[in-house]
Structures are given as C-alpha cells and as structure tokens.
Design a protein around this ligand. Structure first.
Ligand code: ADP
Ligand code: MG
Length: 660
C-alpha cells in the first residue's frame, strides 16, 4: 500500500464525473497535525482488519504472552479484540502506547540493526487508534489494579483504574469509521475473516508455546493448545491430514539454522498458499528463499506446482534488516546467499534421503466415491491420480492372457527365503537399506539396458538366466510400459520410461559434474540449418556443450555441423538432439544460469536416451533397472517431476478386499 494512500483515496471519493477540483494556490509549508500524520501512517500499516490483528498479535507475543484470545465480529469491521496474559503496561505509560513513535522495544540506532522483537516502529497502536475506536485495559501482574485507556476521535483519554486480570486486552471497534474510502474497499465479512484467520496462523506457527483461540461472531474457529512440539502445532494449525505427509528438516550451517517441515512431492499444490517462511519467528515473504524452496524440489514436482513447506529460519538479527517494509514482511539480508544455500541444502538433503514414492489411492471400480481408508487424507489433499493406474490394471486383467508363470515369476526367490509371517508369497528386499555405493561402471549396466532394448519375441524371455541374487525378484512387465514389482510391504508400479529417464539423468549428472564427458568424433559431421536467434543461443551454450562432449562448428552462413557427440548417448540422433535443444533454449529465454542449462541439456538427453513405453524388456533388463532404482537419487520422480513409481501396500490391499 502506497504511502499517503488514505488521502489519495479520500479524493477518489468525489463523484467520478466531476472535473478535478481546481488546485488551490500554493499553501505555505507547515507541519501536519498529529492526527493526520497518524492517518497517513495508518494507510501503510492498516490495510484491512487482518493488519490490525497482525499488529496486536505481535504486541502480545512481544509481551511474552502464553495465552491469546482473539475475538472477531463481522469480519473485524465492528470488533477486533485480543486479550493476552503478557507483561502488561504500567498505568503511567499506558496512554503513551497510543502515541506516534512511542515504543518500549528500541532505544538507539544500534538497536534498530539488531531487532529481536516483532515490533519496533512504535506506530501500530497510534495508527490503529487513528482510524477506529480503540480501548486498552492492561495490568502488570504486580499491580493491584488495572488501567483503562480509550482513544475516541483521535483523542487519548487519561488512564482510569479498573479491575483487570494480568495482561493486556485491546479492543478495536468501528475500524475505518473515519476513512470511508478504506471502509468501502473492505470485502465480505467472510473474506476479511479469511485474512484474519491466515494472520493468526502466521503468528501461531512459529509460537507453539502460546495457546491461541480465535472466534468469529461468537463461533469458535480455532483452538490451539500450547505445546513444546512445533510439529504438533503445525498439524493442529494446518490440518492433521497435511501433517501425516510432512518431512521434518533441520540443518544448521554458517550460523543459519533451518528447521521446519516440507511436504512430500505428491502434496504439491497449484499455489504457494502452503509455503510459510519465518525468520526469527517473523513471517516473511522473500522471492529468493521461495525460489530456494522450489529449487529443492526440482525434478520432484512438475514445474507449475508449488511444494508445501513451513520453514523456520533463525539467524543473528544483525545479519539482516527488517526495517525495509512498513508491515515488516520483507527483510534485506546482508548476505542473501547464505540463507538461500542453507534453505536449499536443508530441504534437498531431506528429500533425497526420504522415500518419496506416492501411495496409490484406490477408488472402488464401481465408480462409487472412495471409501476412504482411515489414514487417507481429507479433501483438498492432492493425491496421485489413480485413474491412470486403474485403467492400466483394469486393461491388464481384462485383456491379458493369464501371465505365464515362468515369465512373471520365473525368477522367484526360493520359498525358504520367505520371512515366516509373510504368507505364501516371497517378499524379496527390493529396497536395500544400504544401497551399494555407486560405481562408475554402473553406467554401463544401464547403457546396456538401453542398448539391448528391442522389441523381441515373448519366447526369448523364457530362456532368461536367473538374475543376480541381490536384485528384486518378483516382477512383471505389463503392456510393455509398466513394471509391477513386489516390495517388502506390498507392490510398486513403475513407469519404465520415467524411471529409466531419471536413472539416465542422475548418471549423466554425476558424470558431468565429475569430469567432462568424452565426445566421439562423428565420421561424417551432421549438418543442420540454424537461424540467427538460434545462433545467438548456441554461442551461450557452446562451452557447456563441449563439457558434455558435444562439439559444434559453423558450417556455412546458415548452418552448423555437429562434429562430435558423447559416446554415452549412442542411442540419440545428434542432429535432432541439437535442433530440439536450441528450440527449447530459445523458448526458455536467454537468462539461463549454467545450472539451468545443464538441467535442460541433461533432461533432453535422458528423455531421448531412455527406454520408451512399448518396448518389451527381458527379466534381466528389468532386474537391472530395478536395481538401479535404489541407487539413484530422487528415483521416485522423473526429471520433469512426474512420478516414476506408485506404491500399494499389503495393508491397503487387505482393506480394499475387506479382509481388515
Ligand atoms: P511497537 O510494537 O512497534 O513498539 P506499538 O504501537 O505496537 O509499537 O506498541 C507501542 C508500545 O505499547 C509497545 O512498545 C509496548 O510497550 C506497548 N504494548 C503494546 N501492546 C502491548 C501488549 N499487548 N502488552 C504489553 N505491552 C504492549
Ligand atoms: Mg507493535
């Protein structure tokens, strides 16, 4: 909200048809009366009822309150009341609380650069009281009585003693009574209350030690008990369904501590509504840090969706400036790089060390609404779209002849390996707890999978030799596109292309970051036409392409020649690859970082090199793919963020078959 907007708005109240009033002759420069100064400040600080709630909550938290009661009527239009059990204000100081630039929180310039409280500007109460009827009742625990101060028409009444519990209650009535323009801008009560509710959450999340209740028009809307467990507060405040799919993050580096909770990729939303960022307990918005959160999910969610993340950042208050924004929701870091890297590292580390395979949510085949399992999340919780899986499975059972036992389970582990309670089916350990260390020559395994993949007659599979004992052993390929494999606690369905794409990507990435890829000289250079715009893009990526083993030279004025191409990508046609790459890069604009370029090139390479749907795989090839799955990072999703794997647990099956 622009400074001085109250005044501007009151001018806009003139009937629109009327010509602009004559600008009166210049007046002498004069100091504005305090009431007007306050209203101007209010234009910045008090945008809507929720802004009042924010300021009052901050004051209560600064006062060390452990219990807060927020009472709202008619969206905050008629009443906002916040009671706290904090330190209270001595009777003599109470009227000062409403004075402009009056604060107990800072005293010197040095203090301004090491803010440890939520407030410090000393203008909130003055601003609020300039556009409403405000009443404060406050008492310090040691005092025998409380004090009452009222502000009516911008006049502060002298304090009067009154009975009161320890703490402070501030009541704000008739908000914007004196600023009709602002009042007119208020939305419906429900909308305004929605903003208030959000404000209360923003104070509640970083302050689990404070019990908070919120009511609207006499109805209790939120009741958050005090707790020492931040996770419990998150789950109470944002919903228990969400909580079940959050992963804790915790990293302290370079004096910056990052704690909090991030959502499983499958939880990602269309908007960033569920991204909360707190700096030393203060809710902030920061483009760079939001970018870090998103970046941590690169390749795990689709580019248009937004992860769920509640991040509590703590660092030395000297290392950032809060005094850049009237509502204090933006800060300026002395070194923005540190927080960015720490947030990114904290989240990425957690994501990479977690099993992110989404659970299949089954909808009964009759098309009835899902008989939600008790653990299933409620509405609004995005789940993996099961329709595709259902379709595939349904097709499978409808059309397929009974799978040949030797094909499907020809490599079944000997029954004696079965755990005693696992029932008749052997459950080999598909996900080793300690995946073998990555070896350079692992790549050849995958390459050989890619290289060997050819449509081949079914009978070939019968002759398949037994796979290495370490790999997963119960699996079947369906529709030459999906792999169904048994796991410890159920089964997984894998999209063979998506998984192979991820494996290729990770392998290439590891390779490239270790040393430049080796290019192989083409016997006959592949020539392709190029436009001037493509040429410009090409110049920016040439050095990176060289590192990847792709050498491109000018051929003539309108064409270029691919001279060498990485031997690793022997399955990829160089001409088509370069053409598509240039097209994509043009589309992405010219401000790409090296990292983005690398991702783009590897994305394309892995997509083009990976096994497509429609290819039959031998048991050996499947085993090699599945074994790789456990060794690469982020194997739950392909480089574009789509899932590679869906999981169905025995528990779910038993529920679905009504055995439980
Ligand atoms: P600021 O919070 O920036 O200091 P405010 O206008 O919000 O400015 O509050 C002015 C002063 O009133 C605070 O510095 C604090 O001393 C006192 N105050 C306001 N609210 C409370 C409260 N709930 N409990 C105790 N003191 C309060
Ligand atoms: Mg304040």
């Amino acid at each position: 909200m622009a400074a001085g907007s109250v005044i501007i708005n009151s001018m806009s109240e003139l009937p629109s048809k009327q010509p602009r009033p004559d600008v009166s002759p210049r007046r002498a420069i004069h100091l504005l009366p305090e009431a007007l100064i306050n209203k101007i400040a209010a234009g910045e600080v008090v945008e809507r009822p929720a802004s009042v709630v924010k300021e009052l909550l901050e004051n209560a938290i600064d006062a060390g309150a452990t219990r807060l009661t927020v009472t709202i009527e008619e969206g905050g239009r008629t009443l906002i009341r916040i009671s706290d059990n904090g330190c209270g204000i001595p009777a003599a100081e109470a009227p000062l609380a409403f004075a402009q630039h009056a604060t107990s929180k800072i005293a010197s310039t040095e203090d301004l650069f090491a803010i440890a409280t939520m407030g410090f500007r000393g203008e909130a109460l003055a601003s609020i009281a300039s556009v409403s009827h405000a009443t404060m009742v406050t008492r310090q625990a040691a005092d025998p009585t409380g004090t009452r101060v009222e502000v009516r028409e911008s006049v502060i009444t002298p304090p009067v003693p009154c009975a009161a519990p320890p703490g402070t209650t501030i009541e704000v009535r008739d908000l914007f009574y004196s600023v009709p323009a602002r009042r007119k801008f208020l939305r419906t009560d429900a909308t305004e209350f929605g903003h208030i509710h959000e404000m209360v959450l923003r104070s509640a999340l970083p302050n689990p030690q404070v019990a908070i209740s919120l009511s609207h028009n006499g109805r209790n809307v939120l009741e958050l008990p005090a707790t020492a467990d931040p996770m419990f507060r998150v789950s109470e405040a944002l919903g228990r369904e969400l909580h079940a799919e959050l992963l804790p993050v915790d990293l302290c580096e370079r004096g910056i501590s990052v704690q909090g909770f991030v959502g499983q990729p499958a939880l990602a939303r269309a908007t960033a509504k569920y991204q909360y960022l707190f700096l030393n307990g203060r809710y902030i918005r920061d483009r760079a840090l939001f970018h870090a959160i998103k970046e941590a999910y690169r390749g795990l969610i689709e580019p248009a969706s937004q992860p769920v993340a509640i991040i509590f950042l703590n660092m030395d208050p000297m290392s950032f400036d809060v005094n850049v924004h009237p509502q204090k929701t933006e800060v300026r870091f002395r070194d923005a790089n540190g927080p960015y890297r720490t947030v990114l590292a904290a989240i990425r580390e957690r994501l990479l060390s977690s099993d992110l395979t989404p659970q299949i949510k089954i909808i009964p085949a009759g098309g009835m609404p899902a008989a939600a399992a008790p653990t299933e999340s409620g509405a609004g919780n995005p789940v993996v779209d099961a329709s595709e899986t259902r379709r595939v499975l349904a097709d499978f059972f409808r059309q397929s002849p009974a799978p040949q036992p030797h094909l499907a389970f020809g490599v079944e582990a000997p029954a004696r390996n079965a755990p005693p309670d696992a029932g008749p089916v052997v459950a080999p350990n598909v996900q080793p707890l300690n995946p073998p260390a990555r070896r350079v020559d692992d790549l050849t395994v995958v390459q050989s999978v890619a290289a060997q993949v050819r449509p081949m007659p079914e009978t070939d599979s019968a002759a398949t030799p037994a796979p290495t004992p370490a790999g997963p052993q119960n699996f079947v390929q369906i529709h030459n596109a999906y792999l169904v494999a048994q796991t410890d606690d159920g089964l997984v369905i894998i999209d063979q292309h998506a998984l192979h794409e991820r494996i290729m990507y990770e392998e290439l990435y590891t390779r490239v970051t270790r040393q430049p890829l080796e290019g192989q000289r083409l016997l006959i250079p592949e020539v392709l036409p190029i436009t001037p715009r493509q040429q410009a893009v090409l110049e920016t990526v040439k050095p990176l392409l060289l590192e990847l083993g792709i050498e491109i030279t000018d051929f003539d004025a309108q064409s270029i020649a691919v001279q060498s191409f990485p031997s690793l990508l022997s399955k990829v046609a160089p001409r088509e690859f370069v053409r598509d790459l240039l097209d994509n890069l043009l589309e992405m604009g010219n401000k790409l970082s090296r990292e983005q370029l690398l991702h783009e090139v590897l994305d394309m390479a892995s997509c083009k090199a990976a096994i497509k749907a429609g290819y039959h795989l031998t048991a050996d090839q499947i085993a090699a793919l599945l074994a790789k799955k456990d060794q690469v990072e982020r194997s739950s999703n392909c480089p574009h963020g789509r899932p590679t794997t869906l999981r169905l647990t025995l528990n779910d099956l038993e529920k679905q078959f009504k055995r439980k």
